[in-house]
Design a binder for this molecule. Structure first.
Ligand code: BG6
Length: 484
């Protein structure tokens, strides 16, 4: 059989990455270690990196910063690997002239013309001025620009931002990043749904009772009070990550895996979503949030949100999607759980255990070490007919692929370098999500206090009744951890 080439596995073209906000937290934790990892894996063989930010640095002090980041987040770095990476790193002090000069310096030794990837790891309010600087410095041609979420804070601001970006960059040059779309496990939802004959026929309102997308975090503000006060849990997580994951879960089969087909199907899901009804939303704030440094002592900002929403189309009409996320909760998890309709239970005697642990479920764990479990009722061995909840489980760790997992940012940087939009969000999609958010943003329910380490305010149970949240899981994951 002829061997087919997977374009995703090919290296990126010769590129100069210009990293704005290069000394920020995201850059330190994800972007610089990610690019190092891509270089080391042979996926980014001809890269130069120009870092810039408002911080004072020289090339040497920037190299120290990067080395410390790699030591903290990449663990194994040999001298040879570091030497190779370090010689590709440059520092541009703030200012257009400096930027131009340092990019020229970085590209001086390159044998082929470099593409440019401007990565804007900067707060939303700074993004526009960077775009204008790029225009004034003549750095638009042969360039792509990666923008970090959130894209605006409501429909009006998102429209303004998109229009302003498109005045400088053609839409084909713009990559709006949502790192949940780069997670291996998120992509596996598509493989699972569309590469198997078993699941797609039951993926609809006739067979599925409800869906939960649950992303509790143990983390608190992590020195991001300023950012978080201006966003809150809904803007930080729901209108971005959770809705994107919902789209992968709910979309129709795309004609092909190309960016246009996938985007079309995702946007159809967003178009079918009903506006968020504030009565279906629980907002929470953890006790002590208002005492955090940088937080308004009277802040009404939510650090927790749970809501019910609907995709009102042929496949999903009437099926509730329950979403939940928040800071300082009991566990850090990222799961999608699909609950199947319960069968008639009449044949089983009372006390048999049928339905006792909720309906049968399919659960995706979106952790970097992706897992999947199908939980179902089975007969307990022995006399009588006692039923218990059992599960079939898959973990990427059990396979020989576990070393090949690309971290979400690595995959997305690589795809942006290649100009592939499949895993990025579009202006239209983002604007539609702000549109359905309007009733909630205009009329948010009051924030309710919850204890750090809990699962949020008590009202979350009423929101999902008569069902129950899957988390915390009742049974242990095979081996380590917990699962369905
Ligand atoms: C970010 C949010 O986009 O995603 C953070 O701004 C959040 O508040 C993070 O903690 C969660 O991402 P992950 O990949 O760690 O689940």
């Amino acid at each position: 059989m002829a061997e087919t080439k997977d374009p995703a596995g090919t290296p990126g073209p010769p590129t100069t990455v210009v990293l704005f906000g290069a000394t920020g937290d995201l850059s330190r934790r994800k972007l610089l270690p990610g690019m190092f990892h891509l270089l080391r894996s042979g996926l980014l063989p001809h890269v130069q990196i120009v870092g810039t930010s408002l911080d004072e640095h020289t090339r040497d002090s920037f190299l120290d910063f990067v080395r410390a980041a790699l030591d903290e987040f990449e663990k194994e770095v040999t001298d040879e690997q570091w030497k190779d990476f370090a010689q590709r790193l440059y520092w541009a002090p703030a200012g257009i002239d400096n930027l131009r000069r340092v990019i020229d310096e970085a590209e001086a030794g390159c044998t082929e013309p470099q593409h440019r990837l401007h990565y804007l790891s900067v707060p939303p309010r700074a993004a526009m001025s960077v775009i204008e600087d790029l225009r004034d410095a003549g750095l638009v041609e042969r360039s792509r620009v990666v923008m970090e979420k959130p894209f605006g804070t409501d429909l009006a601001s998102a429209r303004l931002l998109n229009a302003a970006v498109n005045e400088v960059f053609d839409e084909s040059q713009v990559f709006r990043i949502d790192h949940f779309l780069g997670k291996e496990a998120a992509l596996n939802i598509l493989a699972f749904r569309f590469a198997n004959g078993l699941f797609e026929p039951i993926w609809n309102r006739t067979m599925i009772d409800h869906v939960q997308i649950d992303v509790p975090e143990r983390l608190g503000l992590e020195q991001r009070a300023d950012f978080y006060e201006a966003t809150g849990a809904y803007r930080d997580m729901v209108v971005t990550h959770l809705f994107q994951v919902l789209a992968f879960t709910a979309m129709e089969p795309p004609t092909t895996l190309d960016p246009q087909s996938i985007t079309e199907e995702k946007n159809k899901v967003f178009r079918s979503m009903l506006p968020i009804d504030p009565a279906d939303v629980v907002r929470g704030q953890y006790a002590g949030y208002r005492d955090e440094e940088g937080v308004d002592p009277e802040s009404e900002n939510e650090t927790f949100i749970a809501l019910k929403c609907y995709v009102d189309n042929w496949r999903w009409a009437g099926v509730p999607f329950y979403l939940r996320t928040g800071k300082k909760l009991a566990e850090g998890q990222r799961i999608i759980s699909v609950a199947f309709k319960e069968p008639p239970k009449s044949m089983f005697p009372e006390g048999s255990g049928i339905g006792q642990n909720g309906p049968d479920h399919l659960t995706f764990d979106l952790a970097d070490r992706a897992k999947l479990s199908l939980s179902f009722y089975g007969k307990r061995p022995g006399p009588g007919f006692r039923l218990d909840k059992l599960s079939m489980q898959f973990s990427v760790e059990d396979t020989h692929w576990s070393g090949s997992v690309l971290e979400a940012y690595e995959r997305l940087i690589l795809e942006a370098l290649k100009g592939n939009h499949t895993l990025f969000t579009t202006a239209r999609g983002v604007e539609r999500l702000w549109e359905i958010s309007e009733p909630l943003l205009d009329n948010p329910p009051p924030v309710r206090t919850y204890e750090p380490g809990s699962w949020g305010p008590n009202q979350v149970h009423q929101l999902i009744a008569p069902h129950a949240w899957r988390l915390p899981f009742e049974r242990k994951w095979r081996g380590n951890g917990t699962t369905a």
